[in-house]
Design a protein around this ligand. Structure first.
Ligand SMILES: Cc1cc2nc3c(=O)[nH]c(=O)nc-3n(C[C@H](O)[C@H](O)[C@H](O)COP(=O)(O)O)c2cc1C
Length: 377
């Protein structure tokens, strides 16, 4: 399997090229003398901000990780990209007619963007709104909408799954006192996907959402004033997560997608029309179709970016998803619901339904909830 096929298989590449709006042809026509109404050169282009060059394949792979287009770049194409670090005009191109074909190809492959096109708008959004640079950006954007993998690894000898030093002295620790409800809940949490398909109570859904996103206090910050606190820790108390829930079978709630307000402890309908099944949105995991509800954790990166500008903050936000997810699962356990976490998501489809924007807001984690199958059912 070549490098591109592998990338395709792992969802790193777009399956089809996002169509631009025919401006490449206009650009090239412009080289032959096109002018806009004011007599100014009508077209400008520059290289996309979300490009990385990777030493894959026979040469250098040029990869736009936001649009997910990759191609082996020739030396001339790479020199065009170097030269197009800022807006270049048709006049600039007219002085370099020998590279017109390369420019056309680079536009077609999303490596150059033409001012005024949809892709240029998206590129501008990325420049303005993604503060964590190409290191975090490459990982974040390239790992979305991946195909779900449930295959056994090729090698049979797996890694050792817990460490034990046979020859080291052991210092035993006092036995843990596990009395109390906390321990019982912690111990009984399991990922479970065998939902009965029955309705869950609105009180149970409310409790789970409150455990994950409920605002339980405020802290005063010198620059920001009052900042909300929740039941999980958050970098800079910026609490970047919003909770959304796909409701299929919840007592007293019409099916649809809702946003949960952690401030008011209430739901607002976001989308009540036809919704793809939970299994489809969870990348083809059909067991989720019997879930009564699926909670989506949506990161609003802009909140954390406001204060923290380094790429490590991307890790901070992902860790927070884990904290919230655990709280949600513990509350579900305490309410005797089944809960199953997953990162196998059709992010783009989910975000379209939620109406969130994928540059500085993104769904990163989901937890399916439902009733367990009762004995005799
Ligand atoms: C971040 C994360 C992602 C997961 N993704 C999936 C998934 O896509 N599909 C799935 O069936 N289980 C998924 N799981 C659940 C694991 O399979 C499960 O946690 C593991 O088997 C251990 O079982 P336990 O949760 O009962 O301790 C995920 C768990 C975590 C923490």
């Amino acid at each position: 399997m070549n490098e591109y096929d592998k990338w395709l298989r792992h969802g790193l590449l777009a399956r089809s090229a996002p169509a631009d709006d025919g401006r490449v042809k206009a650009l090239l026509a412009g080289v032959a003398g096109h002018r806009d109404a004011t007599g100014q050169p009508a077209m400008r282009f520059r290289r996309a901000a979300s490009l990385v060059l990777l030493p894959y394949g026979p040469g250098i792979t040029v990869y736009n990780f936001v649009t997910r287009r990759a191609f082996p770049g020739t030396a001339t194409e790479i020199s065009v990209l170097l030269a197009a670090d800022d807006w270049r005009t048709e006049a600039w191109l007219r002085d370099r007619v020998s590279i017109v074909d390369e420019v056309a190809r680079l536009v077609e492959l999303n490596a150059l963007v033409v001012e005024g096109t949809g892709l240029a708008g998206r590129d501008e959004d990325y420049r303005r709104r993604w503060a964590w640079g190409p290191v975090a950006g490459l990982y974040h954007f390239a790992s979305r909408d991946a195909s779900y993998e449930d295959t056994l690894p090729e090698q049979t000898d797996g890694p050792i799954l817990f460490r034990k030093h046979a020859n080291w002295n052991e210092i035993p620790l006092p036995e843990v006192d596990e009395t109390g409800n906390l321990w019982q809940v912690l111990r009984s949490r399991r990922s479970a996907r065998e939902f009965s398909g029955e309705k869950i109570g609105r009180d149970s859904l409310g409790a789970v959402l409150f455990g994950g996103f409920g605002i339980t206090g405020f802290v005063e910050d010198v620059s920001r004033g009052s900042m909300p606190l929740t039941m999980s820790p958050s970098g800079g108390a910026l609490n970047p997560f919003e909770g959304y829930v796909l409701v299929r079978a919840v007592d007293g709630l019409a099916p649809g997608i809702y946003h949960y307000s952690g401030f008011d402890h209430s739901l607002q309908l976001v989308h009540g029309e036809e919704i793809p099944s939970a299994g489809t949105l969870l990348a083809g995991q059909q067991w989720a179709d019997k879930a009564a509800a699926v909670v989506f954790l949506v990161a609003n990166f802009a909140r954390t970016m406001w204060k923290y500008r380094s790429a490590v903050s991307y890790r901070v936000v992902m860790i927070e998803a884990g904290h919230i997810g655990q709280n949600i699962q513990l509350v579900a356990t305490q309410r005797d619901l089944l809960a199953a976490p997953t990162c196998a998501l059709r992010e783009s489809a989910i975000e379209d339904l939620l109406g969130v924007e994928a540059i500085d807001e993104a769904v990163v984690y989901a937890i399916a909830l439902g009733e367990r199958i009762q004995d005799g059912n």
